[in-house]
Design a protein around this ligand. Structure first.
Ligand SMILES: Cc1cc2nc3c(=O)[nH]c(=O)nc-3n(C[C@H](O)[C@H](O)[C@H](O)COP(=O)(O)OP(=O)(O)OC[C@H]3O[C@@H](n4cnc5c(N)ncnc54)[C@H](O)[C@@H]3O)c2cc1C
Length: 381
């Protein structure tokens, strides 16, 4: 499998790194307490990282998943939370592309430019890992669909302009789920933003639908295709998440390597104590392996090959390796690492969320096991 970077990818890496260093890194802690300005989302659009999977006719660059991974890795070096804009733009544009001509024309250019933020609402208070059992309904009424129920834990609940809602339009199970685009300014929509441990920038929260009407033409894809649509989005996005995590952890390790060469204890630099250098070496090796499997998943997506297993491997490894590496970085900075003047505690809190979001570690292992042993050996359906 060839997943080398093209010249354009290298140029993209340089451009995004420059933007992330100059424009994002210095404000990372600021968005813990202030809302991320919408102009900054438009800046991401101008940078070209929101329309990477959107065809040129709709304002995107029609690029490759691998290039999106490069962008996520570089943004992750500066502000992991900002990678959520890349993730949601990529996921939502893939789902909006399944909609009518009108939907595509109305929404895709705005997603590419950053003027429209579209959220993804699958989880509910009663279902997460077992999302096929969801209970939010979209009932047909004449030419409309009428949505009722609560979607939980949605990234961008507090700021999105619209949302792809996974709702029950048919019978029980996965086959009864469809995708519906719901503009969030519709009567009957309310929002509640959670007090999250980290990732405050993304305003994660619940979306409530109380008899919300949208035209039936807002259904994306065939009736009953919602569950498959969600799973296909997860397959590549899990690798994007992993690369965001790798970027954040790599940045933390780069800083820690520099610090441990300077700081001395017992008459020599920390880096010359194997108790310090060896764990750093282990983190570097494990992160490198994670990076490779993530790019392999994305290269397979670009080649039109299955990448469910590679995506699940990357998503299990990415947040786990990053959380462990950042924890070490915090500790190797001693008492200063435990202060909020340094970014390690925030990075740790922000990434822990993705040990849950987009599928937990246990679910990633269940996918890897299912694809290895065969569906008949799956621990659960
Ligand atoms: C930062 C963040 C962002 C998110 N963004 C979104 C979003 O934008 N849109 C959206 O729809 N959702 C989003 N979510 C929700 C997320 O996808 C769910 O939280 C996740 O799928 C897990 O579901 P749950 O929280 O209900 O946990 P549960 O399914 O209740 O699981 C609880 C625990 O039990 C374990 N478990 C469950 N079943 C099994 C099993 N069969 N075997 C072994 N262990 C098991 C899980 O691994 C977990 O540790 C986000 C969550 C977070 C934290």
């Amino acid at each position: 499998m060839d997943f080398s970077w093209t010249e354009e990818d290298e140029l993209l890496r340089e451009t995004v790194r420059r933007y992330a260093t100059e424009r994002l890194a210095g404000d990372y802690a600021r968005w813990e307490s202030e809302p991320f300005p919408r102009e900054r989302v438009v800046e991401l659009g101008d940078l070209g990282v929101l329309g990477m999977l959107i065809p040129a006719e709709f304002g995107g660059s029609g690029g490759r998943h691998v290039s999106l991974g490069v962008a996520a890795e570089e943004i992750g070096r500066a502000d992991f939370n900002v990678t959520s804009f890349l993730q949601l733009a990529a996921i939502s544009s893939g789902l909006l592309a399944l909609g009518s001509d009108e939907i595509r024309k109305e929404w895709l250019p705005g997603v590419a430019s950053g003027e429209q933020v579209v959220a993804f609402a699958l989880t509910e208070p009663g279902v997460g890992s077992d999302a096929a059992r969801l209970s939010v309904t979209a009932r047909r009424d004449g030419g409309d669909l009428v949505l009722s129920g609560e979607k939980a834990s949605c990234t961008f609940a507090g700021l999105a302009d619209a949302c792809v809602v996974f709702a029950r339009t048919g019978g029980p199970g996965a086959a009864g789920i469809s995708m519906v685009l719901v503009p969030l300014d519709r009567p009957g929509v309310t929002r509640q933003v959670y007090d999250s441990v980290g990732g405050k920038l993304v305003q994660r929260g619940s979306l409530f639908f109380d008899g919300v009407r949208v035209p039936a033409s807002n259904q994306l894809g065939e009736e009953g295709s919602g569950f498959v649509g969600a799973m296909k989005s997860f397959d590549f996005n899990r690798a994007i998440i992993a690369l965001g995590c790798v970027g954040t952890a790599q940045q933390s390790l780069d800083e820690t390597v520099a610090y441990t060469k300077e700081r001395t204890t017992f008459g020599k630099p920390l880096a010359r104590h194997e108790g310090v250098a060896f764990p750093i070496a282990e983190h570097l090796a494990l992160l490198h392996a994670t990076r490779l499997v993530a790019y392999e998943a994305l290269a397979r997506a670009d080649a039109g090959l299955g990448h469910t297993m590679e995506g699940a491997m990357a998503k299990w490894l990415g947040p786990k390796q990053a959380v462990e590496a950042i924890h070490s970085c915090l500790l190797f900075h001693g008492w200063t690492g435990y202060g909020n003047d340094l970014p390690y505690a925030q990075r740790h809190r922000d990434i822990v969320g993705f040990e849950i979001g987009d599928g937990t570690a246990e679910i990633m292992k269940a996918i890897i096991a299912r694809d290895t042993f065969g569906r008949e050996f799956a621990a659960y359906k």
